[in-house]
Design a protein around this ligand. Structure first.
Ligand SMILES: O=C1O[C@H](COP(=O)(O)O)[C@@H](O)[C@H](O)[C@H]1O
Length: 225
């Protein structure tokens, strides 16, 4: 059976990979290193694959995540595993990846070390590629997170987050740090997420749909059915 969603999603992934390269190339013409912040979850796989084949001076590119589940890098739920499997391949294998986890038991214990790692990167990031869940969360800024208010207001770059709806503890870049990037993309697929985005655009309560914190970045929306 033909998967009707596959082709537009592949095209979208190819377009976003091109736009990502353009952003990184522009910045690498002005500076020694450039930083790309990507999201995890299931959506970015075709984008990562398309990006991994692009020609770029990848050895001058750092890649990190907008957020991570506090699991080992071998766990199937690890966003780092996803990046290593699908993005840090082919030409992009030469990029440096900076993870958001440590060997500590909890993100609260690891957050200081991760903060030091994150601060050592070449900010502002060239591009932040945000994802969005069906509940309007982005990065690990979840509507039901105990730390949502903190994540939206702190000027610290990284925070630990506990979210009743999620099985794992999380670590996330803060809204402030994500805002500081030069360019912002929201990368989503499917009609459900399009409806969530439409809802987000028609209101202003950040606690209801945290993605609203990024709608005026400005945010380039990459969507396919
Ligand atoms: O939990 C997460 O979910 C969002 C969206 O994921 P998707 O599977 O619906 O694409 C993602 O942006 C975030 O990085 C991830 O940790």
């Amino acid at each position: 059976m033909t998967d009707l969603a596959a082709e537009p999603r592949q095209q979208l992934a190819a377009q976003l990979a091109e736009a990502t390269c353009e952003a990184l190339r522009q910045d690498l013409a002005q500076q020694e290193r450039a930083l790309l912040v990507v999201s995890g979850g299931s959506t970015p796989v075709p984008y990562f694959q398309a990006l991994s084949r692009q020609e770029l001076p990848w050895e001058r590119v750092d890649v990190t995540l907008a957020d991570e589940r506090w699991v080992s890098e071998t766990d199937a739920a690890s966003n780092a595993l996803l990046v290593r499997r699908h993005l840090l391949q082919d030409r992009a294998a030469a990029a440096s990846f900076v993870s958001l986890t440590t060997d500590d038991e909890t993100p609260e214990q690891g957050v200081e070390a991760v903060t030091r790692r994150i601060e050592a990167l070449a900010w502002p990031a060239s591009l932040v590629v945000l994802g969005m869940g069906g509940d309007g969360h982005t990065a690990s800024l979840f509507p039901d997170s105990r730390e949502l208010e903190l994540g939206l207001t702190t000027d610290a770059p990284v925070l630990a987050a506990r979210t009743p709806s999620q099985p794992q503890a999380r670590i996330s870049l803060s809204a402030d740090r994500l805002h500081q990037a030069r360019r912002h993309v929201l990368y989503i697929t499917g009609d459900d997420k399009r409806s969530v985005l439409a809802r987000a655009l028609s209101g202003d309560d950040l606690r209801e749909l945290p993605i609203r914190a990024f709608l005026s970045c400005p945010l380039a929306v990459y969507w396919a059915p």
